[in-house]
Design a protein around this ligand. Structure first.
Ligand code: C2E
Ligand code: CA
Ligand code: CA
Ligand code: CA
Length: 275
């Protein structure tokens, strides 16, 4: 950068400063938020296409920074992963979400996202077990969502941890299915209970035959392997109709509901019980 002349160098440096500064602010802010109840959890309903009722809800983390306002998890989760804070905030949402789900009626499940970094701690399985016990939530009501980057490391120890989690009675879902390099080979590495088809595949399903064929093939694949299939990011009635016609099991997306506060989630489930 220096050879490009002083001006360029300074410009570049100033740009770096702003990015770095925001990162530092978010990093310390995240620790403060964890210590001072600054994090919250919202829930997005997942609806069965067989019964049209809410069968599960995905827990999603929210952070409202006191000065910068709401920060997307797309921005703060990677920072949490790089700094190791993910262990603490990951433990926090596990506790908060299982506690909330223990209030939900019937067999409605809660789905929680796990970062690959969380698998680096040997006590992950006992942390999950402890959270279930503290919340008095049956293991069968918890689903854990992982992305294939976890299996990308091809480490047997990650697979062993997943198997141990599954032996507790917890279900395991592959998140963002179809977006990685080798989604298919990972289906052989681990017995997933569920695949969540990434929302990028919903884009043109109502208008493009090729897109619909790809979606249909993913759904058939899941069904043939005995897995539950979830279509993520369903926003329109047209997309819903396609997903339903292709035989998908469950659906999640703005068409049915955006992520909502815990109280609203509980109210929705209680209202549904009365029907
Ligand atoms: P994800 O696990 O794929 O979660 C689904 C994301 O899609 C959520 O974004 C949700 O609000 C959004 N979404 C749901 N329905 C629709 C729709 O119909 N259209 C569109 N355009 N988007 C929809 P969100 O809450 O911003 O979370 C983004 C990502 O951050 C998540 O993607 C997940 O990878 C990560 N994340 C969120 N909470 C946690 C957490 O507690 N732990 C970990 N490790 N990661 C988390
Ligand atoms: Ca997810
Ligand atoms: Ca996803
Ligand atoms: Ca994602």
């Amino acid at each position: 950068a220096k050879s490009e002349g002083r001006g360029t160098y300074h410009f570049f440096e100033a740009g770096m400063d702003a990015t770095l500064q925001r990162r530092r602010t978010l990093e310390t802010g995240l620790r403060d938020a964890l210590a001072n109840n600054g994090l919250s959890v919202v829930f997005q309903p997942i609806v069965s296409l067989q019964t049209n009722v809410v069968v599960a809800a995905e827990a999603l983390m929210r952070w409202d920074h006191p000065r910068l306002g709401p920060i997307s998890p797309v921005e703060f989760i990677p920072i949490a992963e790089e700094t190791g804070i993910i262990h603490d905030i990951g433990g926090w949402i596990l506790e908060a979400a299982t506690r909330a789900a223990a209030q939900w009626p019937g067999p409605v499940r809660v789905a929680i996202n796990l970062s690959p970094i969380q698998f680096k701690r040997p006590d992950l399985v006992s942390t999950i077990k402890a959270a279930l016990e503290a919340a008095s939530l049956d293991a069968s009501r918890l689903e854990l969502e992982i992305t294939e980057s976890l299996l990308l490391e091809n480490s047997q120890s990650n697979i062993d941890v997943l198997l141990a989690v599954r032996r507790l009675g917890v279900r395991v879902a592959m998140d963002d299915f179809g977006t990685g390099y080798s989604s298919l080979s990972y289906l052989r590495a681990f017995p997933f209970d569920k695949i969540k088809i990434d929302r990028s595949f919903m884009a043109d399903v109502a208008t493009k035959a090729d897109s619909r064929a790809i979606l249909g093939a993913m759904i058939s694949l899941g069904r043939n392997l005995g897995m539950t299939t979830v279509a993520e990011g369903v926003e329109t009635a047209e997309q819903l109709a396609v997903v339903r016609a292709e035989g998908c099991t469950q659906v999640q997306g703005y068409f049915f509901s955006p992520p909502i506060e815990g109280e609203a989630m509980l109210a929705m489930l209680q209202a549904e019980q009365c029907n």
